[in-house]
Design a protein around this ligand. Structure first.
Ligand SMILES: [Zn+2]
Ligand SMILES: [Zn+2]
Length: 279
């Protein structure tokens, strides 16, 4: 194992969340079981094996390592990755990769896909990803990974297996799809990004940002810059249905101790047990 970038790791409900996130420094996440990364502010060597990456927005602390990710997979003879990027940035990112290709003299081969809010992406037979609009200083999106299962329709419950099989073979749709949001990633956003997309509150795991915690940091200003404050979470304590809420992207103004102290003192009981500070 080569340790070129810090990685914190946490397991929940059969999923591992790995990554690192500090505002203006670097943000990158991955859930290896789902074969997805979110953002590429830096690129830990070990993240290379993950073939799909979803970019929230093109601030440098979220996208700087994109050419490195693409080049490393090629160098290690892996399939070109698929990188989902907000539609507005697609042409510029393509140009960026071409320039890196010229400078580095190595092909930047990847499958670049532009996304817009409302879109749905088929990840595998079991998983789909939806795209929602975040509210930030530049256009930004968030993503939700859903698990989908086919369940027998109510009216066929209790029917013997061979009868169900016959119905299915005759073309009757005996099942319907059930979807469960399992991981939501907001990227950088003000609270409106969360508020406008209820599945983010329902996903088993929510990965989000709490850039500011200090009481004297004014919330109107923070929202204007497209970020969230600890008080925004407290205000919404009853809306979060998530089993786990991972908060990262803390401002560099704060040290680890201050963040822990302030958050532990102020978070209500029903959030405290579910909030994991990414420090
Ligand atoms: Zn950021
Ligand atoms: Zn940003």
């Amino acid at each position: 194992m080569l340790e070129n970038a810090p990685i914190l790791s946490y397991k929940h409900a059969g999923l591992t969340v790995e990554g690192y996130s500090r505002a203006a420094v670097q943000t990158y996440w991955r859930v290896p079981e789902l074969k997805v990364c979110f953002d590429l502010g830096a690129h830990p060597w070990d993240f290379m094996s993950t073939p799909n990456c979803f970019i929230s927005h093109t601030h440098l602390d979220h996208v700087a390592a994109l050419p490195a990710y693409v080049a490393r997979r090629r160098m290690m003879k892996m399939e070109p990755p698929t990188v989902y990027i907000p539609e507005y940035a697609l042409d510029d990112v393509r140009r960026l990769l071409l320039i890196m290709q010229r400078l580095d003299r190595g092909r930047q081969t990847c499958n670049l896909v532009g996304v817009t809010a409302g879109q749905e992406i088929e990840l595998s037979r079991e998983h789909v990803v939806t795209v929602f609009e975040a509210t930030h200083t530049i256009p930004a999106v968030g993503y939700v990974v859903w698990e989908r299962r086919n369940k027998l329709k109510e009216e066929y419950h209790g029917l013997p297996g061979d009868k169900i099989r016959d119905l299915r073979l005759s073309g009757v749709a005996v099942t319907h799809e059930i979807r469960t949001p399992i991981v939501a990633y907001t990227g950088d956003t003000s609270p409106a990004g969360l508020d406008n997309y209820p599945p983010a509150f329902e996903a088993k795991i929510l990965i989000t940002e709490m850039s500011f915690v200090r009481a004297k940091h004014r919330r109107e200003k923070i929202h204007k810059f497209g970020h969230m404050h600890l008080d925004d979470f407290i205000e919404r304590a009853d809306r979060f249905k998530n089993e786990l809420i991972i908060c990262g992207h803390f401002s560099t103004r704060y040290g680890t101790e201050e963040i822990r102290r302030v958050v532990e003192r102020k978070l209500p009981e029903n959030l405290r047990s579910r909030v994991k500070l990414w420090l």
